[in-house]
Design a protein around this ligand. Structure first.
Ligand SMILES: NC(=O)c1ccc[n+]([C@@H]2O[C@H](COP(=O)([O-])OP(=O)(O)OC[C@H]3O[C@@H](n4cnc5c(N)ncnc54)[C@H](OP(=O)(O)O)[C@@H]3O)[C@@H](O)[C@H]2O)c1
Length: 331
């Protein structure tokens, strides 16, 4: 696989630090803004990246076969769409796209062109998340699910001082739901699929949710998903059934061991081998699927991303958080 990276920010650098785990992949290029060219050139030297581009169309004309997009949320759709139209496979960082309408356009384009399209979300690919799936039937009828992911953001201090960075900017499709609660949605929808209804209650400052509680109603059980960038607390995922409960004492993006406690006294703790970095397992799976031509599994994950995107879009609109231009349709 010849992988080209778009962006030279935090997540692009994190990815580069684990890229050596991909044994059948070369990082062929990096595409950045003109203002970040010097920084990208330094990264290219450090990680032996073939070419540095500051023009996306030139980048798309290069020999790269797969494009990894690590840009602010509002750019995900247009950059992914252009890459697909140029015949490239695409890995786009979470959250997939700001709206379900955009997500559906990307999905349709990838399928029509027989290209791979992934949302890079760590949760789904981690061994302990798969264990959670296997343990759920032992819990009996599910009654309640609670996922909490709160992380006080240093960017929130700057937001309070009047500076609006992409993570808190409606124009950049930011906010707590998009940035952090999205992991809880992935976690829950990956286990239970599409809920019957969605309700989002948010703390909104200057048009953006800095924290909030999302309720998913599955008819026979309820899920409460908390995401915050303006305060902190211990993070966990708890699934309660009428025969017992399961607890993961880590946020939904890093599944680090689960403990199941049943009403009859039986306890089981599962801790699989953990990779040294949360991003390794997802990228190993992307590499495997692409190299083996496994479009079927890729599109199964894509269907899941569409489900999450639908929940996110409905929830956000219900809370009155509408991104600029969103009302005009697909951007
Ligand atoms: N940070 C994390 O822990 C994390 C984890 C998982 C997923 N993600 C996702 O990764 C994405 C990027 O997040 P990040 O934290 O890496 O953000 P970041 O540090 O702000 O980096 C964003 C990158 O995008 C570039 N960029 C901005 N505007 C652009 C434009 N108009 N055209 C081309 N490039 C542009 C920036 O270049 P300049 O610096 O020159 O503006 C920068 O290299 C987000 O979708 C986020 O949800 C982040």
């Amino acid at each position: 696989m010849k992988l080209g990276i778009v962006g030279s920010g935090i997540i692009a650098k994190e990815f580069l630090s684990i890229a050596h785990h991909l044994k059948h992949t070369t990082i062929s290029s990096i595409c950045c803004t003109k203002r970040s060219e010097a920084e990208a050139t330094t990264l290219a030297k450090e990680y032996l990246i073939g070419q540095v581009f500051t023009d996306y169309e030139d980048f798309l004309r290069s020999e790269t076969d797969t494009v990894y997009i690590g840009l602010p949320n509002h750019l995900h759709f247009s950059y992914a769409y252009r890459a697909l139209m140029a015949g490239k496979n695409v890995i786009v960082e979470k959250p997939f796209t700001p709206t379900i309408e955009q997500a559906m356009v990307l999905s349709r384009t990838a399928r029509e062109r027989h290209l791979f399209l992934f949302e890079a979300v760590t949760t789904l690919y981690q061994p302990d998340y798969r264990s959670v799936k296997e343990l759920i039937p032992s819990l009996g009828s599910i009654r309640l699910v609670q996922c909490s992911y709160s992380q006080y953001s240093r960017r929130y201090d700057r937001f309070k001082n009047g500076e609006v960075l992409p993570a808190f900017d409606p124009a950049c499709a930011g906010g707590a739901l998009m940035d952090i609660n999205i992991y809880n949605i992935h976690y829950t929808a990956g286990l239970f699929g599409m809920p019957e209804s969605v309700h989002y209650f948010a703390n909104i400052e200057r048009g953006i949710d800095t924290s909030g509680v999302l309720l998913l109603d599955y008819g026979s059980f309820l899920c409460s998903l908390t995401g915050a960038k303006d305060c902190s607390a211990p993070n966990s995922c708890i699934i309660q059934g009428d025969k017992g409960y399961l607890i993961q004492n880590s946020p939904a993006n890093v599944c680090e061991g689960v403990r199941m406690v049943l009403n009859d006294g039986l306890e089981e703790t599962v801790v699989n081998h953990l990779d040294s970095h949360r991003m390794i397992s997802e990228f190993l799976e992307f590499e495997k699927m692409i190299l083996s031509g496994d479009l079927k599994t890729c599109y199964r994950y894509l269907d899941h991303s569409l489900c999450v995107s639908k929940i996110q879009t409905e929830a956000r609109r219900m809370a009155g958080i509408v991104f600029p231009k969103e009302v005009e349709g697909v951007q």
